[in-house]
Design a protein. Structure first.
Length: 107
């Protein structure tokens, strides 16, 4: 049987699909089972519909400094360079460790 929804661009609900504005690509990768479980848990916690959405969010957060406003990112990037952190991950780890130390010293 011919699928009218696929041919017409309509979903089963009769609504037109939103055209994609970003070119997509596919990446196949393997993860430890525990990582998959963590991703599935994250999917439940965030209400995402698929692991693809979860992974895309994690990647976009890493790429965009967690979607902070540009002026904030610029200040943090200057601070990262002054601290001579080789990358954002190293910078964030150092900030978290500094915060941990401060919390340990607090009464």
């Amino acid at each position: 049987m011919f699928d009218l929804s696929a041919a017409s661009g309509l979903s089963s609900g009769g609504m037109a699909r939103t055209p994609r504005t970003v070119e997509l690509t596919t990446i196949s990768t393997r993860f430890p089972l525990e990582t998959r479980r963590w991703l599935e848990q994250r999917m439940k916690e965030t209400g995402k519909q698929s692991l693809n959405e979860v992974l895309n969010d994690l990647i976009e957060d890493a790429r965009s400094w967690y979607r902070l406003p540009k002026p904030v990112v610029e200040v943090l990037e200057r601070d990262r360079k002054q601290r001579k952190s080789p990358d954002v991950r190293d910078y964030l780890l150092n900030l978290l460790l500094e915060r941990y130390v401060a919390l340990q010293k607090a009464p």
